[in-house]
Design a protein around this ligand. Structure first.
Ligand code: AGP
Length: 369
């Protein structure tokens, strides 16, 4: 079994460390950098069909739903088409408004999640176009879709999704560039700039993994907490949700992800010296706003764990721990900020002695409703 784990203590850790390779494999052969274009072999929806879409749904469960939430930012920003994200078990029962000019994108690592498959059938049954982002080749969701974009993460054994998630983010990025180019909302130069950034991603993920030791130290300090709060804004709000889900799943510590700007509307009442607050705060347009949320936490005695790519004296002074990431375009930053989320949850779980790869009550793929 140790051999299967490639010398790692758990599949989850092995899969965390496989991310530079998994991401490189997901990009490989799909990027026409000079032309600023993307080639997606199994998508099977023509440029004309894609250009005609008036609405996009992205539907998934769990971690894949968090990827969907990031996808909305990518597609709305670069393709100028309205995107609605929904949880599959909600979408399937609400008689969604779908027609032939609606594209429904399903995201599923396993391709076998019952609710996601039912959502696919619902959208298809209403005459909509359906495409999937899947990791498992020839899975039910892949087979029943008009087109599929495979994430080339390789088998994911750990119940807590890691490399499947970051490769889903990469697949969504590739899809957004493709859709933007065929719809004419992205020109060649813009497409090229985005793809130039994308090809640097594997080695930046590699650099982010070097935080491992420092994160393990922090895990020792915070493993005793009863609750955690994760804050993020914009395309980092889904990463806050994902960080909280990872921690809940494998360490059994209660955690909540919240949009940083909403904190003052309720969760701020929870803050005291017993509450670690993970603040995801890359140097983007809302940096100063998130910093002021961070200051509010600090002023109430909360223990701030900051995840950033920017050296800022105010941030350092008001944080108990700072995890510094490399810089990349804002569209790809969610991939990098995911890494400390995974490592923090992993190390806390190991210290608590839980069954990291097979946490209680959970199944890798939820094939019943
Ligand atoms: C992730 O850590 C979870 N185990 C879970 O939320 C998972 O992402 C969800 O069940 C969806 O699975 P799928 O991607 O295979 O459809």
């Amino acid at each position: 079994l140790m051999a299967e784990k490639g010398g790692y203590k758990h599949f989850m850790l092995k899969e965390i460390y496989e991310q530079p390779r998994a991401i490189a494999d997901t990009i490989a052969g799909r990027v026409l950098e000079e032309k600023g274009e993307v080639y997606l072999e199994g998508l099977d929806l023509s440029a004309t069909e894609l250009a005609a879409m008036e609405k996009v749904f992205i539907i998934a469960c769990g971690t894949s739903w968090h990827a969907a939430l990031v996808g909305k930012f990518l597609i709305e920003k670069h393709c100028r088409v309205p995107v609605e994200v929904d949880i599959a078990s909600e979408f399937r029962y609400r008689d969604p408004i779908v027609n032939e000019r609606t594209l429904t994108l399903l995201i599923s690592q396993s391709g076998e999640t019952a609710d996601t498959l039912a959502a696919l059938r619902e959208a298809r049954g209403k005459g909509g176009k359906v495409a999937a982002i899947c990791n498992v080749v020839d899975s039910s969701i892949a087979r029943e879709s008009h087109g599929v974009i495979y994430t080339h993460a390789g088998p994911e054994i750990g119940v807590a999704s890691t490399k499947a998630f970051t490769t889903q983010l990469v697949a969504l990025f590739l899809f957004a560039v493709h859709l933007g180019r065929v719809r004419g909302t992205l020109d060649q130069a813009q497409g090229r700039a985005m793809l130039d950034a994308l090809v640097t991603l594997p080695r930046k993920v590699e650099a982010a993994l070097e935080l491992d030791g420092a994160i393990e130290q922090a895990a020792r300090e915070y493993m005793g907490a009863r609750d955690f709060l994760y804050l993020g804004r914009g395309n980092q709000y889904p990463i806050a949700l994902e960080g909280a889900l990872k921690l809940k799943e494998i360490s059994y510590i209660h955690a909540e992800g919240y949009p940083a700007g909403e904190m003052k509307h309720g969760p701020i009442a929870l803050i005291d010296e017993n509450l670690p607050v993970v603040v995801v705060v890359p140097h983007n347009d809302t940096f100063e706003k998130v910093i002021s949320n961070l200051e509010e936490v600090h002023a109430r005695g909360g223990r701030v764990i900051a995840v950033t790519d920017h050296t800022d004296p105010g941030l350092t002074e008001k944080s108990d721990a700072v995890f510094m990431l490399p810089k990349i375009i804002d569209e790809l930053m969610p991939v990098l900020t995911s890494i400390p989320m995974q490592l923090l949850a992993y190390h806390i779980a190991v210290l608590k002695g839980t069954d990291v790869d097979q946490p209680r009550n959970l199944a890798k793929s939820v094939t019943v409703e």
